[in-house]
Design a protein around this ligand. Structure first.
Ligand SMILES: Cc1cc2nc3c(=O)[nH]c(=O)nc-3n(C[C@H](O)[C@H](O)[C@H](O)COP(=O)(O)O)c2cc1C
Length: 490
């Protein structure tokens, strides 16, 4: 008797103990609404931030409406003084005065969370930041550049203003967080990661915009990993907020699965009654087609996404455009080489004069069919989110049940092969030895390798069932449901 074969057959039996698998009864779940979004001590009922939209697209009207619905409303600060007829005389001061007014107006209309969006690329960045601090807004969102130099962190902290940089890569996060630790011994409170489908200025090179490597779904998980590191070191929770192309509640659900804790949306909020832009700006969203949404080179020094307009056509045909400059509002803009004033073009669009400007818009703007209220939009997003969540859960449960079926079949086959293999190999082995046959060794090996293959298949099926089980367990634990009874043993 060859004891080696016996030993090998015994070894193959390892891992065959019976396991109890739980039943996941989804009807027991009372599907909770979207999770809250906590940024420092500000807690939003809904994890939805209305992105700051300049010039003058998101002011106190839109921001307070969003905050009243439980989201975070954001006033865009750049060139906000253009609302004031005195802008060409007092530019910078007009920006500070108008921003202050808008913050105060928003706060009168809501007790919800109000933020201010300030572009690092503007020359009055520090003045605008000072106003936001003095007015004690809840959060400042700092984009279009890295917010590193001269950030008044102490003043921000003592006014209780949270800081959220807007970035387009994990690398930018590393740079900002590392510099903040060195300079301020502090770190920002959350991060917005804006992918290339966003409206307005984009933090990508033109050739990266359609490159799948730079898609939000790819840059988000990488950034989440970097942030986890900082969370562990600082013992602080730093939510990652995903932006750019978020259109439905299902999009929100999918981004949460990739590690986001909130979303920032722009385009969808433009098409609301409460958006502060002229109705003609909103109608440009309703009537545009996919091919009307184009990438432009902006005097800010970044590409931007906008809806094609007569003004943009004239610009690309080389037509000379009247250049009126109030002051050098953008660090990168050079009046000698700039062909037009972007602040004026955007302000004209805000006022509905689209033949003298253009509307910034996200890549999904063509999907907008009508203008609704902020309340309706928020309700629609929540409904879609829940639907996607329930659907996702039942797909997961179905997959789990299929995995258990497969496991049970493979296990049966494997056990059968072991049993038959063991008996027949043993008997045949004895018979063949008696006959003096020596070729039998190969048959034994073939039999053994079939058993090994079945074992590998069984272990794989077990892994698969286990990981699906873990996912479902996590989900049930979130709802504090621990599942009994069990399906029995496999
Ligand atoms: C009309 C418009 C103006 C914008 N202006 C700004 C701005 O002034 N500062 C900024 O950081 N982002 C700006 N954005 C980007 C938004 O805040 C937001 O992150 C982006 O629109 C998200 O993508 P989505 O439009 O696909 O939802 C703007 C977007 C739009 C559509």
């Amino acid at each position: 008797m060859n004891f080696d074969i016996l030993r090998r057959l015994q070894v193959n039996r390892i891992g065959l103990r019976d396991i109890t698998w739980p039943i996941f009864d989804l009807s027991r779940i009372q599907w909770s609404r979207m999770p809250k979004l906590k940024i420092g001590d500000s807690v939003a009922k809904l994890p939805i931030i209305q992105g700051g939209m300049g010039v003058g697209i998101s002011l106190s009207g839109l921001a307070s409406a969003v905050a009243n619905e439980g989201g975070i409303g954001v006033i865009a600060a750049n060139s906000i003084g253009m609302l004031d007829s005195d802008y060409y005389a007092s530019h910078k001061d007009a920006n500070a005065i108008t921003l202050r007014k808008e913050i105060r107006k928003a706060k009168e209309k809501t007790s919800g969370i109000i933020g201010v969006n300030i572009m690092v690329a503007v020359n009055d960045f520090h003045e605008l930041l000072r106003v936001a601090i003095e007015e004690k807004v809840d959060i400042v969102f700092l984009g279009a550049g890295l917010p590193i130099k001269g950030i008044p962190v102490d003043a921000l902290r003592s006014a209780g203003v949270k800081v959220v940089p807007i970035v387009s890569s994990a690398r930018a996060v590393q740079i900002i967080f590392k510099s903040w630790l060195q300079k301020y011994n502090d770190i920002p409170d959350a991060v917005v990661v804006e992918g290339p489908k966003a409206g307005g200025h984009l933090g990508f090179k033109e050739e990266q915009i359609d490159d799948p490597d730079f898609a939000l779904e790819n840059i988000l998980p990488e950034l989440v990993t970097v942030i986890k590191d900082y969370e562990a070191k600082s013992h602080k929770s730093i939510p990652v907020i995903a932006a750019g192309g978020v259109f439905t509640g299902a999009d929100i659900y999918n981004l949460f699965k990739l590690g986001a804790s909130g979303v920032q949306m722009g385009t969808r909020f433009v098409a609301t009654h409460e958006c502060d832009a002229d109705i003609r700006f909103k109608e440009a969203y309703v009537s545009c087609r996919e091919e009307d949404i184009v990438i432009i080179k902006s005097p800010v020094g970044m590409p931007g996404r906008a809806i094609r307009s007569k003004f943009l056509e004239e610009l690309s045909s080389g037509k000379k455009i009247e250049l009126k400059c109030a002051w050098k509002c953008l660090k990168s803009c050079d009046i000698k080489t700039a062909r037009y004033c972007i602040s004026l073009a955007l302000d004209n669009a805000r006022r509905g004069i689209l033949e003298k400007g253009y509307a910034f818009a996200g890549s999904n703007a063509f999907r907008i069919n009508n203008i609704i209220s902020v309340k309706e939009l928020m309700q629609e997003l929540q409904k879609q989110y829940l639907y996607a969540k329930e659907n996702g859960a039942s797909r997961l449960r179905d997959e789990y049940e299929k995995a258990l079926e497969k496991l049970s079949l493979v296990k049966e086959e494997y056990l059968m092969a072991l049993k038959n293999g063991f008996n027949s190999l043993k008997d045949e082995y004895i018979r063949n030895i008696e006959k003096g046959l020596i070729t039998f060794h190969e048959e034994v090996e073939a039999g053994m390798s079939k058993i090994s293959l079945l074992k590998a298949e069984y272990l794989k099926a077990m892994d698969n069932a286990n990981s699906l089980k873990d996912e479902l367990m996590d989900m049930f634990e979130q709802y504090s449901l621990f599942n009994r009874p069990n399906t029995g043993e496999i």
